[in-house]
Design a protein around this ligand. Structure first.
Ligand code: NAD
Ligand code: UGA
Length: 469
């Protein structure tokens, strides 16, 4: 039986390994992590992450050929293929702080592999890493090899949260990069054999290592760039009377452009777009390509501008002061169908409103009170560095209440800000909400999901992104 071990039981390691185990009953898959609480949760009824369809597939394989363990060293030693899916956050200190990827977790995983291995291994980069990371990993492993042969592969993950299981079952492509040597090619074929259990062969792309590493950063940069492009247009729409939904529809009908990923919003969030673009910018700068770096930097700048523009609109519409006014925040996760709040635009919007002395009442169906409190009291980029993941007592951030009932959040509020596109926000009883709010009652829809005409008929003053007032 082939044995796979995945280091890192997070949003990528957990779901990807659960799918491999389900699709490959002849392979034993063990997911390991240094976080005892995460592994305990993976072995419990309450999984550590919310992802539609995940619970079902974990339950089908757990205890058969899918295991979650904190015994990192033993499982690494026994594996034939080791996936490394640890976090690769933005550095917060030292050279490249605020831009470069922090590879501390990756390097410590590589050194541990070198320490405990007694047989040949294929080591797979699953985390998103700077191009050329495989070279560094190869050095760490080969200088400590004790005669063991290591083959490094780059197999970046393209799943999106909220649709992870669907994306893994039916990927647009699986990308595998390896050395162009006979041993490298053999390792590529071994990993291809795993995916071939369910992915059609023509969707499994093989490349050299650097193309695979760079393609992941490029794909995220292209996706984020589309959102910043449509968000930049949304500002122009507001200034001219055009409607951004109509513009995206018309533009997206061109088959060369395509209709997906053109929804204007309060800004993109998530753990990766910003981090990966900053990383790309840093790599360009290190390679003496400032013009290329500046081109991609602009994607982040427009995203920051969009969040700021949203808050400015809230404050200026409410007679230039939100001081002491209750504002209901509907949605805190960075997108619907996930409880993940990493780099969610809601953090920036809420912090700005708090700076303007608003009182916030936050409702999200999947995010815990603790998580929101932690997010609102942390510095930028600190969230992905485990030392900061200390539990906090609720109520730490003053002027914020977090509630589990959307109508409670909106009661006596002067305004509602919709920051996540949860489906339930489309069908709320807005008349009931309006009746219990201060007047004038404002709705600022950061996701363009409400029926503007209907809400205006009820009596709301509605502001949507990129739409005529
Ligand atoms: P995560 O923070 O959810 O999970 C990483 C896990 O690795 C954590 O549980 C941490 O405890 C563990 N870990 C860190 N160092 C370890 C070590 N030395 N030994 C054992 N465990 C260790 O992160 P994630 O969202 O799963 O992302 C992982 C990587 O995948 C990142 O590079 C990210 O850019 C990339 N990625 C993420 C997504 C996504 O949707 N989240 C999608 C594609 C790619
Ligand atoms: C993204 C990519 O889509 C994945 O392919 C990639 O694997 C992943 O990053 C990663 O490397 O981590 P994810 O961040 O989970 O996935 O979610 P997306 O659906 O891409 O959404 C990202 C952000 O963009 C969200 O805040 C979302 O609301 C926003 N968005 C998305 C828009 O504002 N408009 C759109 O049209 C689409």
């Amino acid at each position: 039986m082939v044995k796979i071990c995945c280091i890192g039981a997070g949003y990528v390691g957990g779901p990807t390994m659960a799918v491999i185990a389900l699709k490959c009953p002849s392979i034993q898959v063990v997911v390991v992590d240094i976080s005892v609480s995460r592994i305990t949760a993976w072995n419990s009824e309450q999984l550590p992450i919310y992802e539609p369809g995940l619970e079902d597939i974990v339950k089908q394989s757990r205890g058969k050929n899918l295991f979650f363990s904190t015994d990192v060293e033993k499982n690494v030693a026994e594996a034939d293929i080791i996936f490394v899916s640890v976090n690769t956050p933005t550095k917060t200190q030292g050279l490249g702080a605020g831009r470069a990827a922090d590879l501390t977790y990756w390097e410590s995983a590589a050194r541990m592999i070198a320490d405990v291995s007694t047989s040949n291994k294929i080591v797979v980069e699953k985390s998103t890493v700077p191009v050329k990371t495989a070279e560094a990993i190869e050095k760490i492993l080969s200088f400590n090899s004790k005669g063991i042969n290591y083959q490094i592969l780059s197999n970046p993950e393209f799943l999106a949260e909220g649709t992870a299981i669907q994306d893994l079952f039916n990927p647009d492509r699986v990308l595998i990069g390896g050395r162009e040597t006979p041993d490298g090619q053999k390792a590529i074929q071994t990993l291809k054999g795993v995916y071939a259990h369910w992915v059609p062969e023509d969707r499994i792309i093989t490349t050299n290592l650097w193309s695979a590493e760079l393609s992941k950063l490029a794909a995220n940069a292209f996706l984020a760039q589309r959102i910043s492009s449509v968000n930049a247009m949304s500002a122009l729409c507001e200034a001219t009377g055009a409607d951004v939904s109509q513009v995206s529809h018309a533009v997206g009908k061109d088959t060369r452009i395509g209709s997906k990923f053109l929804n204007a919003s309060v800004g993109f969030g998530g753990s990766c777009f910003q981090k990966d673009i900053l990383n790309l910018v840093y790599i360009c700068e290190c390679n003496g390509l400032p013009e290329v770096a500046n081109y991609w930097k602009q994607v982040i700048k427009v995203n920051d501008y969009q969040k700021k523009r949203f808050v400015n609109r809230v404050v200026s519409s409410m007679f230039n002061t939100v001081s002491g006014k209750k504002i209901a925040i509907l949605g805190f996760a960075f997108k619907k169908d996930t409880g993940d709040t990493r780099e969610t635009p809601a953090i920036d919007v809420c912090k700005e409103l708090l700076r303007d002395r608003a009182r916030l009442s936050i409702y999200d169906p999947q995010v815990t009170v603790d998580q929101i409190q932690r997010d609102l009291s942390m510095d930028k980029f600190d969230w992905d560095h485990p030392v900061h993941l200390q539990p906090m007592s609720p109520g730490t951030v003053k002027k914020v209440s977090i509630v589990w009932d959307v109508y409670e959040a909106a009661r006596d509020a002067h305004a509602i800000c919709i920051l996540t596109e949860w489906d339930e926000f489309k069908t709320l009883d807005y008349q009931r909400i309006f009746d219990n709010m201060q007047k004038p009652a404002f709705v600022f829809d950061g996701r363009n999901i409400v029926n503007v005409k209907k809400l205006r008929e009820i009596g709301f003053i509605v502001y949507s992104i990129g739409k005529p007032l």
